[in-house]
Write a protein that binds this ligand. Structure first.
Ligand code: NAD
Length: 494
């Protein structure tokens, strides 16, 4: 395991922080209040930028710019082909700035640079190109109703979309939200996460450079209870899309209901089971279960955070899972070969350490890890718990950190019941060589995504979202388009 000394030798990121102000109506501007808030480097906890702190007034300005751009501006009226071309130009520009965006993402979030540069920024490009491709393929239909009438069903943009995103995949979720909304001809106000405001502002600049008309995309940095809440409750916002925790999702739903009943899409938390069946190749299962949990420092909504292992292979699995965690290289996320960087901020870091303590107190067995690494920054040892029971809080709550909890099961029906015994239903992983078992589990698991013998496989075209309290609605693929379109029936006598 990496030592504190290794974590101390930090690489200086090769990117300049140029965009710290809110983008409203095509211009970067200070917050109306003049206030700023700090953005941190999670490797050290040091401040790397002061960012304009948007609140109610900035949201009001952004929403009125978006409203004007929707009602009077060229964007919704533009030919879909032209809209598509602008989005494709943004994708080209993001591709050109791939490495800078990735460096900024790592610097402000702590995620591996290799991951940001090879997966997340390229996925931004992929998402934009995917939705740019849809822009001129969105069409309505005609309905064979009463023979005396001609009935057309039109799909129109919904208007001003408010979008609130979290910090764990800042750049990726920005594209995931903005891409479909813009492709459909809407105008947008994005509220980024207070922990990670920098890449959204950089990306916003690239949208301007690509020729997006002013006011079509507005980006406001700021805190949830001020800027986020102002956006969700705004009377002139026609749609709200949120990604974040289940608790905040409930607040967003209420704010939307209490204001103007705007439609809501929610992508929320999870406590996803990863089920290793008795026929599994143990080495491969250990490797995949490790990835399913530890990817992105364990900060994934869909993390395979309950590892259910069949009793026949449990001991061997446990020994190997522990060895895998002990081998994991923790350090500066800019350094090649490092597998785990710091957690995003002190709050998440403290929360994870508290969950580890609660695991120990509830008599789960701490197999390895359990502590911080070094004295500065937010590095946590890769941690494995065995003898975990379903009713322990480490098995029920989202820890959102590098903490694997391993549980034993006896048969398929039992594991389906236990895997489903949660308020969440975002994703599930199944590892087996038996097709019947895979099918039984796939049908029985109440989750928006089931990965069989793979995990975290994402694509712009694959829908994503949760059952139960993991969300409302689906995003990506064609499903995102429906979230941003109104349906109008037009009836004309023949
Ligand atoms: P969070 O809910 O604390 O914050 C998410 C966003 O909501 C931030 O922009 C925040 O400023 C804003 N917010 C907070 N309080 C608000 C309020 N009262 N009104 C309006 N906005 C408010 O979540 P987080 O800790 O940043 O992110 C982690 C959570 O996100 C985890 O639960 C994770 O599972 C979930 N997540 C889900 C998905 C998914 O697709 N289902 C993807 C990524 C993350």
């Amino acid at each position: 395991l990496s030592t504190a000394a290794e974590v101390d030798e930090l690489i200086t990121p090769s990117v300049e922080i140029r965009y710290t102000k809110n983008l409203i109506n095509g211009k970067f501007m200070d917050a109306a209040s003049g206030k700023t808030f700090p953005a941190y480097d999670p490797r050290t906890g040091e401040v790397i930028a002061h960012v304009a702190e948007g609140d109610q007034e900035d949201i009001n300005r952004a929403v009125s710019a978006a409203r004007k751009a929707f009602d009077e501006g060229p964007w919704p009226k533009m030919t879909p082909y032209e809209r598509s071309r602008i989005l494709l130009r943004v994708a080209d520009l993001v591709e050109k700035h791939n490495d800078e965006l990735a460096a900024l993402e790592t610097w402000n979030n702590g995620k591996l640079y290799e991951q940001a540069v090879n997966i997340e920024v390229p996925m931004f490009v992929r998402l934009l190109r995917y939705y740019a491709g849809w822009a001129d393929k969105i069409h309505g239909l005609t309905v064979p109703a009463d023979g005396n009438y001609h009935v057309q069903v039109l799909h129109e943009p919904i208007g001003v979309a408010g979008q609130i995103i979290p910090w764990n995949f800042p750049i990726l979720l920005f594209a995931w939200k903005v891409g479909p909304a813009l492709a459909c001809g809407n105008t947008v106000v994005v509220k980024t996460a207070e922990q990670t405001p920098l890449t959204g502002l950089f990306a916003a600049q690239l949208f301007q450079e690509a020729g997006l008309p002013p006011g079509v995309l507005n980006v406001v940095s700021g805190f949830g209870p001020t800027a986020g809440s102002a956006l969700a409750s705004h009377m002139d916002v026609d749609k709200i899309a949120f990604t974040g925790s289940t608790d905040t999702g409930k607040i967003i739903y209420q704010l939307a209901a209490k204001s103007n009943l705007k439609p809501v899409t929610l992508e929320l938390g999870g406590k996803s089971p990863f089920i290793v069946c008795e026929d599994a190749d143990v080495d491969k299962a250990v490797e995949l279960a490790h990835f399913a949990l530890f990817f992105n420092q364990g900060q994934c909504c869909c993390a395979g955070s309950r590892t259910y292992v069949h009793e026949r292979i449990y001991d061997e699995f446990l020994e190997k899972a522990k060895a895998a965690a002990l081998r994991r290289v923790v350090g500066d996320p800019f350094k090649k070969g490092v597998e785990q960087g710091p957690q995003v901020d002190s709050q998440q870091f403290e929360k994870i350490l508290k969950y580890i303590k609660s695991g120990v107190e509830s008599n789960a067995t701490l197999e390895c890890g359990g502590d911080r690494i070094g004295t500065k920054g937010f590095f946590v040892q890769p941690t494995v718990f065995s003898n975990v029971q379903d009713d322990m809080s480490i098995a029920k709550d989202e820890i959102f950190g590098p903490v694997q909890t391993i549980l034993k099961f006896k048969d398929t029906d039992e594991v389906i019941r236990r895997a489903n015994n949660t308020r969440y239903g975002l994703a599930a992983g199944v590892f087996t060589n038996n097709l019947d078992t895979a099918n039984t589990l796939m049908r029985g698991l109440k989750a928006g995504t089931v990965w069989i013998n793979c995990f975290d496989v994402f694509d712009a075209a694959i829908p994503f979202g949760g059952y139960k309290m993991s969300g409302v609605g689906r995003e990506k693929g064609i499903y995102s388009l429906h979230n941003y379109l109104q349906v109008k029936a037009v009836v004309t006598p023949l």
